[in-house]
Design a protein around this ligand. Structure first.
Ligand code: FES
Ligand SMILES: [Fe+2]
Length: 371
């Protein structure tokens, strides 16, 4: 089982965190009775949906001789390996049939498992829990349940709309994440006449505080220099608009904007696919503009533009990173990135040595930068 889990032979900045939920696939990408191969944290998975629509995730390798199960037949309950026809229960991975056995051969079939992963569907995505590496030799037993439910988008009313965007990024998960939390690239990467130009750059002061396994940019009134916020204030007839942005390990950025009874909430994740490839998924929920037929389309357009600008930037950046240049993080604009690396180091330390999580942010901090 040496290839069960990826070897962690990589620079510290591209280590992937095990023992967390990750977004695997958009719900709409997989229908009932279907299988689909996918990869998370360098582990090859097969995701499927049973006859009732419930999703599941198995290791995409038959425990017999490693055939990818994604090439097999699936009847809505059991996955059949295409090589020797062994069958496995889709949810537990338990072996239910070995066709080559004759009556006297008493191999204990029910002790054989195709590796399976906890799997949940939330806010339009299928999430998979990737456990910490088990001791060598393990992996042929029933999967342990996940210690916590999969994350979900904060919502503030019964009715809302939901939309998502996805983009592959040709960089390590760390560059993806620090790109996401970096305030200083805005005026240079995200220019648009309806948003802002580089001339609108000005000094900002933001308050941060520690939260469990992460940090929060405390509720604040967003930049007044952008037209959409001015519109929003008029539309919501709200005196104040507040934005709260949280980052929580391993890869969750949630942003909540509230204006009176209206709200807009998003949960963005950057998911490691391999050590030098990741994927960004932005999922947003809102009760704003519900009456507007083009509300969702418009929002999607705005977000798609931002995400594409970021994706393109990281694509170009990866050309520079190929040659392993020396890098630096500066204060205060890169402080959130420094916290991210420190949080990750504290998490790895806790996993390795046990004990409490030593939070690198010990109290409220005010950061200043120009953007
Ligand atoms: S490899 Fe799957 S049944 Fe033999
Ligand atoms: Fe950006």
């Amino acid at each position: 089982m040496a290839d069960d889990y990826p070897l962690q032979e990589q620079t510290p900045d591209s280590l992937m965190l095990f023992g967390f939920w990750y977004r695997a696939l958009a719900s709409e990408k997989i229908r009932r009775n279907q299988l689909q191969a996918t990869m998370l944290l360098e582990q090859s998975l097969v995701i499927g949906r049973d006859g009732e629509g419930k999703p599941f995730a198995l290791r995409n390798a038959c425990p017999h001789r490693g055939m990818p199960l994604s090439y097999g037949q699936f009847d809505g309950q059991q996955v059949e390996c295409p090589y020797h026809g062994w069958k496995f229960d889709a949810h537990s991975g338990q072996c239910t049939l070995i066709p080559s056995l004759v009556a006297e051969q008493k191999i204990k079939m029910d002790r054989i498992y195709a590796g399976s992963y906890p799997c949940e569907e939330r806010d339009g995505f299928i999430w998979v829990f990737i456990p910490d590496p088990s001791p060598a030799g393990a992996g042929f037993t029933k999967a342990a349940p996940a210690p916590v439910p999969a994350p979900q988008i904060p919502k503030f009313s019964e009715r809302y709309k939901l939309a998502y965007l996805t983009a592959d990024l040709p960089c390590s998960v760390d560059h993806g994440i620090i790109g996401l939390m970096d305030p200083a690239h805005g005026p240079f990467v995200h220019q648009a006449w309806w948003w802002r130009t580089r001339h609108s750059i000005h000094e900002k002061t933001k308050n941060f505080e520690p939260i469990p396994f992460g940090f929060r940019m405390s509720a604040h009134t967003p930049s007044s220099n952008s037209a959409p916020y001015k519109l929003l204030r008029l539309y919501a007839k709200a005196d104040s608009i507040t934005t709260t942005i949280d980052f929580v390990l391993p890869n969750l950025r949630s942003e909540v904007i509230r204006a009176g009874k209206y709200w807009f909430s998003s949960l963005t994740t950057v998911t490691p696919i391999t050590r030098n490839q990741c994927r960004i998924d932005v999922v947003a929920a809102w009760n704003l503009f519900r009456w507007m037929p083009f509300g969702a389309t418009l929002l999607k357009f705005v977000f798609a533009k931002f995400v594409e600008q970021d994706r393109r930037t990281m694509e170009i950046q990866s050309e520079g990173l190929k040659h392993n240049p020396h890098l630096m993080l500066i204060d205060d604009a890169d402080r959130p990135a420094k916290w991210y690396f420190a949080l990750k180091a504290a998490m790895l330390d806790m996993k390795k040595n046990g004990g409490e999580f030593r939070h690198p942010v010990t109290g409220p901090v005010t950061l200043r930068w120009r953007s």
